[in-house]
Design a protein around this ligand. Sequence first.
Ligand code: PEP
Length: 255
Amino acid sequence: MRKKIIAGNWKMNIKPSETAALVKAVAEATAAFADKVEIVCCTPAIDVPAAVAAAAGTKVGVGTENCHWEDHGAYTGEISTGMIVDAGANYVITGHSERRQYFGETDETVNKRTRAAIAAGLTVMMCVGETLAEREADLVEEVVGRQLKVGLKDVTPADCAKLVIAYEPVWAIGTGKTATPEQAQDVHAFIRATLAKLFGAETAETVRIQYGGSMKPGNAAELLAKRDIDGGLIGGAALKAADFAGIISAAAAAQ
Ligand code: PEP
């Protein structure tokens, strides 16, 4: 059975001085579900030390929102996977649509970041998802299939123990529009079938696939009840401990 994983993506929203309070509030509000659900806060890199300190002794994991593929060097503004590990974080998001849209992220650079993260021992949540125009042009499988095949090039079945896929339809992120549970399940099933082609059916059954896009306490249960929806990547609702805990409670009930 795949353990559900609910991860918050704080984006560029919480200051270092605000971090400990939010992590502690999340830990407190979700302690009852922490054995059933993997709980993660992915924070801006500058918040990581405060988040790691606040999460110590709790079951809340800490991650970053991006990583570079090189170990060190002249890459102004980037952070390496070794730095993330050294700071005490265990997770990283790669390929978020905002990185693709605003920072020139491509399937190839997502692949480099994903492989570097896995090699460093981080659990990586690699995001895929179509825009509204692509959905309307009936290109969902073509786009998501390409993002998976290129993004996971040279990733091995053994590496999949550290891999989570986040399906985030771009039109549902931060818009209040959620994919229906059926729309999400259809794409999750397609993602699992693609993983089966890449890594074999047995490995594909072990990889967790999160849904992301305006997931909230009110819609989480019906999404998380679907066969191939193994968790959530949460933006806005991860900034309020009570809302985040509401989603985690729904995940625990669906487990
Ligand atoms: C996200 O950015 O990963 C996300 C899913 O955001 P939101 O929950 O706000 O739609």
